[in-house]
Design a protein around this ligand. Structure first.
Ligand code: 9MR
Length: 368
């Protein structure tokens, strides 16, 4: 199962490739400068879920379950996003059968630990399943199967899922067009989106329905297109309850962009999910910045992201989610395109010990 994950996602472009040195050298991590903070870091490890007045989430796959992982994932976070096992690529078998073992394991983990389940994701352009390919050209049959799939999956987790990402990543990186896929080819560019939201609402009337997108912080044109699209859908009465902005960033992202994107995302008045935060230390091209400076830039971006989220109107603070628990769990280590296996984008190191990024978030939540 694990080996197959990420094979179709050669998505280095998700990471921002901004000016390499923009964030360099500005401000040190505050830990070294402040004795009170240094002392706090030697004391007991606080629980982020107790410090945060909103849901604080992480992404998990059940392959990672084990003592060290579970201890952190179950205690630090009040919400869990399923990173893999509620996706069609896991659930829908070539013969059309559905498998729910992984999703059920995740839902049970959430229930056992009093955590909300953010279910991810019903429809994704990346999928191209054989059982749907067979129906291409027969719009009625395709539409019925699409509706049945959403009904079966969202219906199964009704009462357990706080929310669903319904259509993941609908906008192209050109910032002008909607992404094409087997879904849009058969049900229309907008049609497949509307149909998915309506079917999800019907299957689980209580789950909040999110539209989730990446690159909104680094690509303002895509951000504008995304927000226009969501606004147009809302005007047409499509049930959309929230906006997810992923924020897979790397240390080179200039300051201010995450903040601007979150503010814009909130402008429609819907709840906002900072849905997939991680901050890579890898670069697309060569970078002269040494690792300690990369770590400082990374910490500044963690701080900026959470401060920007905290600054949103309270009723729009749906959740702040980190995309993974330990560095070694991250897609930035395991995806097939990864060359540098030393990336450390998350809050906990390979041995599940809290890192400076963790203490930065704790500081922000304590108002420091
Ligand atoms: O982190 C996820 C990884 O475990 C999966 O193998 C991969 C393919 O399903 O998806 C990764 O998560 C992606 C998310 O679903 C959508 N936004 C980008 C995330 C990182 O690629």
């Amino acid at each position: 199962m694990t080996a197959a994950r990420g094979t179709r996602l050669s998505r280095r472009s998700v990471l921002t490739s901004a000016l390499a040195l923009t964030a360099c050298g500005r401000g040190a991590t505050r830990a070294s400068a402040d004795p009170a903070q240094a002392a706090a870091r030697r004391g007991p490890v606080p629980l982020l879920r107790d410090l945060a007045p909103f849901q604080i989430g992480t992404e998990i796959v059940s392959d990672d379950f084990g003592p060290g992982f579970d201890a952190v994932a179950s205690t630090q976070f009040s919400q869990i996003t399923s990173g893999y096992e509620l996706k069609m690529e896991y659930i829908l078998q070539p013969d059309g059968r559905l498998r729910f073992e992984g999703g059920d394991r995740i839902a049970a983990f959430c229930a056992a630990n009093h955590q909300a389940l953010h279910a991810h994701t019903l429809i994704w352009y990346i999928d191209n399943p054989p059982s749907f390919q067979k129906l291409e050209g027969d719009r009625k049959a395709f539409d019925a199967a699409y509706g049945r799939y959403i009904q079966a999956v969202a219906g199964r987790y009704a009462g357990q899922a706080r929310a669903w990402d319904v259509v993941n990543e609908p906008i192209n990186d050109d910032g002008e067009t909607l992404r094409e896929s087997i879904w849009t080819r058969n049900l229309g560019l907008e049609g497949h989106f509307i149909r998915a939201h309506e079917a999800a609402r019907e299957a689980d009337p209580h789950a909040l329905l999110f539209v989730n997108e990446y690159g909104l912080e680094s690509n303002p044109k895509k951000r504008a297109k995304f927000l226009n699209f969501v606004e147009a859908m809302l005007k047409r009465g499509v049930p959309i309850d929230g906006i997810g902005t992923q924020n897979h960033v790397n240390f080179e992202l200039p300051p201010g962009q995450i903040t601007a994107a979150l503010r814009d995302a909130a402008s429609l008045g819907l709840p906002v999910h900072l849905s997939e935060f991680d901050c890579s230390l890898q670069t697309d091209g060569p970078s002269l910045m040494a690792r300690p400076d990369r770590l400082k830039a990374q910490n500044r971006l963690y701080r900026e992201a959470l401060e920007a989220f905290v600054a949103l109107p309270e009723k729009q603070q749906y959740a702040f989610t980190i995309w993974g628990v330990r560095d070694k769990d991250s897609w930035l280590r395991t995806a097939t395109w990864v060359k540098d296996h030393t990336d450390a984008p998350l809050l906990f190191d390979d041995d599940a010990r809290p890192k400076e990024t963790f203490w930065t978030l704790a500081d922000v939540l304590r108002g420091r």
